[in-house]
Design a protein around this ligand. Sequence first.
Ligand SMILES: [Zn+2]
Ligand SMILES: [Zn+2]
Ligand SMILES: [Zn+2]
Ligand SMILES: [Zn+2]
Length: 802
Amino acid sequence: MDLPVEEWKSYILEKWALLPKSVQVTISKAETLSDIFLHSSSLLQPEDEMFLKRLSRGYLVGKDPNAPLFYREEGNKKFQEKDYTGATVLYSKGVSHSRPNTEDTSLCYANRSAALFHLGQYETCLEDIVRAQMHGYPERLQPKMMLRKAECLVLLGRLQEASQTISDLESSFAAKPTLAASQFQILQRTLCRLKMKIQKKENLTETVSAALTKAFEDMDLREENKQISGASASVSLCTDPFKGRYLIATKDILPGELLVKEDAFVSVLNPAEVLPLHLGLESKWDTRVTNGDLYCHRCLKRSLAPVPCDGCSYAKYCSQECMQQAWDLYHNIECSLGALLLTLGVFCHVALRSTLLARFEDAGEVTRKLCGDISNKDTRLPESKNLVQTLSYDLGGESEKNGKTVETPIPGCDINGKYENNYYAVCNLLPHTENHSAEYKFLCALSISALCRQLEAASPQALMTGLTSSKLKAAMAPVLCPESSIWGVAMLRHMLQLQCNAQAITAIQQTGSKENIITDSRQVRLATGIFPVVSLLNHSCSPNTSMSFVSTVATVRASQRIGKGQEILHCYGPHESRMGVAERQQKLRSQYFFDCTCPACQHGKHRTTAEPRWEAFCCRSCRALIQGDEVLSCGNASCTESVSRDHLVSRLQDLQQQVGIARKLLRNGKLERAIQQLLGCQHDAESFLSAEHSVVGEIEDDLAQTYAALGDWQKSAAHLQKSLRVVEVRHGPSSVEMGHELFKLAQIFFNGFAVPEALNTIRKAEKVLLVHYGPGNDEIQELQKMKSCLLDLPPIPGGPSL
Ligand SMILES: [Zn+2]
Ligand SMILES: [Zn+2]
Ligand SMILES: [Zn+2]
Ligand SMILES: [Zn+2]
């Protein structure tokens, strides 16, 4: 999803292979991005663009006038089944396809308000009622919706407004006696009931419990760094020729301390599993739920009741404000290009959006910075000082090589030495032009130039008005190349930067059905963004920080004590608890172009044969670990067992299949049979997997879930504790994974009224999660609620009686 779709990729690679050798050499040897871009884009033929257009057609991004009815009916089916969340999402899809100010739009909003009412989301329900009315909700259907409105207001304690709504309704009945008698009676009865509710509520003492104030004190940095925006004063920016830029601790840092809090310069929601719908599918419209349906396309907040863009069915936002902001900043240009952007992938999209956002930066400011930059580098830049060269010049770490002692500002910093989250800093992230293969550069350059041509065709006006006020143009008065190629080169630079500098924005998604008392959580990738400050951190396979996201804001916290002078490190993905050393090295070399020498890798090199304990097998007779390549033999000297790897691998596959069957039973509510199946799996696993094998942990976790569903808290807790041990061995006692597992255990004890155990586990979970997320986190708030609930319990003589 980051890169263009497969069909386009292979089409371009084939085109590359057919190029004359001399042309290939010209492109491979081109030294500047400008040359790469100009050479490549001159090869983009109309038939290539046609091919790309055909591919894009598979994505439904326009508004289909027949879709709203379809989605409304599908939504109504879910509503009948009482699956209100499912219904909400389908009504949202209906809204996305409706034109503004049509009955379609108003009906979808009205139906969605009903589903939201059943979900207890009264505020959002009211918002949808207003939207339905704004788009012209039919008069004949009004009474029902007004009743819903009154009911929401009562439930929210807004009694005066509720009374007003009711008396409005009554007078409109009086004015229009067109309702059928039976209908009128029903309405009258409901009105009566509501009035009584209001009276009862008014009689209650006025003190509505004070709104829970969220713990905001930690959401901001205690003391902001004067040199780096969004970083704490406990770190400082350094640079050296080998490492490039990096951050070190200027004082001792404690676990949990907030080190960086940065809003993405740019971010693009990942369409996730959205696939192009080619003809031949049974339904033209997609009823599947994706991240694109659940998260705001601008701020990434989760929303069950999004408002769609007026121009396309693809972009959806949490609010009118987000929609307007996105429109003004970038969507006015992106709107008509949705299908093309889905075909070309998220990296292309991020590249485009970055340059669109650059238009809004203070032109004068940036000119000053760039000019300052250029004059400082006079000795290194050839005569023509234009943006293209500034952009295509790798600014990092070269000053010392010339043996110069002059104080060169750290790349990306302004003339005062300040590093900020802005376009200038983004431009200074390394594109690693020399490390990418020629084919990859060709693919990127052609994709970008196809996008440029569409941009020119689609919205030349918008682009030009953008450009006249743009920093790109203002900054670059003496440009040599035509305007569109400045955009192209800038976008190509961003696309090449992204392989190393793209940051996945993740969210914790609660999984598990409504009936599941224990919520499980998994990390999902929501978006791809660029964070110039976070990009200053180098990688380690055993990092000393932990990163999390709220909306588009990244926070980096110390996950352990960091001594003064130590480097601040985070993990780019290959973590020692997730991958073996060889796999990590390979991944870091191919994607990030460096050889990792972190302590975990140094340490791991000495014992390359041994697999991590969470993947290890054990001897069937003595239970010691067995090791080896093709044939594994027992580590116990007095034991002669040996077995072929193929045999073990196929046993593991069989076991995983059996676990899959058990999960299906659990999902379908066949709990007793799920237990039997899982106990069988557990027995089988013990005979050949190490006690810390990840599959052993998963089986224990599933057993815990199943027993919890049966209400057997003791057994559930016992199994979860076993799973906890596996997690601890693999990820460490203070890891975020451990935090989530402890959270589950706390829920089990809480539900089982095992008060001391619950309190103890809550404290442990809180301690671990606080380090990684800070106090604003949902799970931590939940833990605090459980704790105060337990502490408020009256002492029960003789213990729990459930
Ligand atoms: Zn939003
Ligand atoms: Zn749009
Ligand atoms: Zn490493
Ligand atoms: Zn043995």
